[in-house]
Design a binder for this molecule. Structure first.
Ligand SMILES: Cc1cc2nc3c(=O)[nH]c(=O)nc-3n(C[C@H](O)[C@H](O)[C@H](O)COP(=O)(O)O)c2cc1C
Length: 183
């Protein structure tokens, strides 16, 4: 009988067991979106899962939706994720990162003043956390159809960060993608 602890082949990957960690935003990066030591520890502790899917990670500053969310928009952020991936790999784990665009759920305090970009110019009507408190999210700008290739390319660029992911999966229901590191 197959059990939770039996291996599983998913595409090109061999999971050592069938436990998959869901992406969980922890807001533990530094103020510049660089993964921190505590994130290295957090993911290393969970490396015994068959697959660890790391938290939503912004590909561009305009897509950053959380205070202390990690990014994949700069070399420093990518290098920080590289340290996390190395720690998971050292424990024989498999590690994916979820690339996440927060759409209209952003605030200029998180996007270096940029207006949010989203499918429609409709404000969410809900406050979000910003450094030092909570504020209402302003109305985003509606993306034009001809901008979608640029948004796609930003996901691809994040997935091609220097520590070298090898596979990208697009999630069709939300503007997120998951990429994984080579082990
Ligand atoms: C604190 C917290 C943070 C979360 N962060 C993310 C995230 O970064 N990306 C994502 O896709 N889902 C996120 N989720 C959703 C979880 O992955 C989801 O709750 C989990 O897969 C269980 O699925 P269920 O809620 O349908 O039972 C988060 C959930 C919680 C409670």
């Amino acid at each position: 009988m197959t059990t939770l602890f039996d291996p599983l082949k998913v595409g090109q990957y061999e999971l050592k067991n069938r436990v998959v960690m869901a992406p969980l935003t922890r807001m533990r990066a530094d103020a510049d979106g660089v993964p921190t030591d505590i994130m290295v520890e957090h993911y290393a502790q969970r490396a015994s899962a068959g697959l660890v899917v790391a938290e939503g990670t912004f590909p561009t500053v305009v897509s950053r939706g959380y205070v202390n969310e990690p990014g994949l928009a700069t070399d420093e952020q990518a290098a920080g994720w590289g340290r996390v991936a190395d720690a998971v790999h050292e424990r024989d784990g498999l590690f994916f990162i979820q690339i996440m665009h927060a759409g209209r759920l952003v605030h200029p305090a998180l996007t270096e003043g940029q207006q949010g970009e989203a499918p429609s110019a409709i404000a969410p009507g809900q406050p979000i956390h910003i450094p030092g408190g909570k504020e209402e999210t302003p109305e985003p700008r509606a993306l034009e159809l001809d901008e979608l290739p640029r948004v796609r390319d930003e996901f691809v660029a994040a997935a091609a960060a220097p520590w070298t992911p090898v596979w990208t999966v697009w999630n069709c229901t939300a503007p997120t993608a998951t990429c994984c590191s080579s082990s």
